[in-house]
Ligand binder design. Sequence first.
Ligand code: ZN
Length: 568
Amino acid sequence: MAISYKPQLQYVDFQDLTEQIRFQSTEGKIWFGEQRMLLMQVSAMAAFRREMVNTIGIERAKGFFLRLGYQSGLRDAELARKLRPHCDELDIFLAGPQLHSLKGMVKVIPIEIDIDQETGGFYGELDWIDSFEVEICQTELGQMDEPACWSLLGYACAYTSSFMGRQIIFREVSCRGCGDEKCHIVGKPAEEWGDAEEFIQYFKADPMIEELYDLQSQVSSLRSSLENQQGQYYGIGQSASYNKVCKMIDKAAMGKVSVLLLGETGVGKEVIARSVHLRSERAEQPFVAVNCAAIPPDLIEAELFGVEKGAYTGANQSRPGRFERANGGTIFLDEVVELTSRAQATLLRVLQEGELERVGDNRTRSVNVRVIAATNESLAEAVEAGKFRADLYYRLNVFPVKIPPLRERLEDLPLLVEHFLKKFHSEYNKRTLGLSDKALALCMNYQWPGNIRELENVIERGVILTENNESISQDSLFAVFPDNHSEKPHEFVDGEGHVVHGGMSNAAGGWADQILGNSISLDEVEETLMRRAMDQAKQNVSGAARILGLTRPALAYRLKKSGILAEG
Ligand SMILES: [Zn+2]
C-alpha cells in the first residue's frame, strides 16, 4: 500500500519524541531515549567546520560532515521504529524530520513524501528552514559555491535508507548557503539518480591517512634518491674535455656494456660509476662499490663472490658476495688491477656466462650484474707484465672512458668550488662568503695531484676554519702553501729588459740572493752541492754525477780537486 504525504495533511504531533529527552545534570548527562546526547554551541561547531575546511579542503570536509550526519541518521531510524511501533509508515518516517527539528538543527517542512514499502518505492521533497549549517556558513565561511547543508543531508540519506531498507539518496537541489532562496531537498532510490555512484563516494570513509603514508613513502624514496646523488659532482663542468666524458657516459649508461673508467686517483671515478648506474635501466636496483685494493688478496674472492660455510678457517657462515648483493644492478670495481688471478678468472666467468660459484660451493648461481671497472694504472701494461689476464682486459675494455685530471680542466674549478661550498655549508650549517680572490687564484694555479677529492677536502677545511659571513682565505684552505712556482715555468724580464721564458724562477732568485747576501763563495756552493749529492747517492760517484747532471769523470775530478774524494 502506498502512502503519500501532502501539505494539506496534518503534521503529526511529536510529543512522544520530546518526552525522550532527560537531563541528568548532576551526573553530567543528557539522554535521548537510550542515547547520550550533547548540547553544544553552534559557534563552536562553526569554528570546527571552518578549521576542517581549511585543513583538509572543502571536498574532504563535505564528506566528513555528510558522514557525521549519516551516523546520526542511522541511529534515529532505529529509534523511530522503536518509538512508534503501531503507527503507519508515514508517521514512523516523519519521526526523522521531527527529530531534526527537535535537536535544533533545522525546521523541516515535508512537501511530498511517497512511500511504498512493498515495492520499496520512495520519493520525498522537503524544505529546510533555518538550517544551522547555513547559519554557520554565513558567520564563518561566507557564501558557498554549492549547497552547504552537509550533515543534514547525510542524516536524511541515512535515515531514509535505513527506514526503507534500500539505498535512498537525497540531494539538496537549492540551498540558502549558496545564495538560493531556500534549502530544498529531493530524495529517491540511488538507481533513479544518474550520478549516484559519484555521490556515494562521500559516504565512504576517506583513507586520507593512507594517502599520507603514500606521500610519506614517496618523500622518503625521493629523499633517498637525492641522497644517492649527494656529493654528486657528475656533470659539473664546462670544459671541452669533461663535456666529452659526460657525453660518452650518457651514451654508455643507456646500454648494457661494461664500462672501464680510467684516470688518476681522486678524479671522481666512483661518482661517475654511480651516475652511469643512475642513468641506466638498473637505477632502481642496487649499486655496490668495491675498492679491490682495500680488500686483502686472500679474502677478495669470498668478498666478491660469496663463501660457503667451512670453505676455509673462519668461514663460519655462508654468505653472499658483493656480486650477489648487486644482482639486477651495478657493481663498481675500483682498482680492478689488484684482483688476484683466481678472482680475475671468476670475474671473467661472470662477464661471459652470468654465473658464479661461491668459494667452497659446488652450486652454480646466476647473477645479472653490470660491471663498471676502474683503474688508475694502465691495464694494458698490467697485461704485458703478466699481472692481468688479457681476455679479461678485452672484456672490460669494451667502453673505456678516460677522465681528465683536475689540472687539465681548471676552468671547471670555480663551478666545483661552488658545488662543494654548497655541500659543506649545509653539512656544517654555515654560510661563508666563498673563496677570496687570492684563494681562488691560488687554487687556479695549483696542480691538484689529488684531483677533485683533494679539492673537496681543501674546501671542507676552508669552510670549517672560516667564520660565517667571512671569505675563505688562502690560509684556511691550505695548511702549507702549495709551491706553484717550482712547478710552472715563469716569464720574467731579465736585466736587459728581455722577456725570458722559464729558466730562473722567483724561487731560484730567492736562494741566489740568499747566497750572495751571506758572502758565500762559488767554491763553497759547489762543494756543498757535491757533498749533498754524494750523501743522497750513498757515496756512489756515478749516482751523484747523475743527480748533478755531470759525467762520472767530471765529477770525480772536481771531488778530488776539492778534497772530498781522496786522490787515487
Ligand atoms: Zn541548505
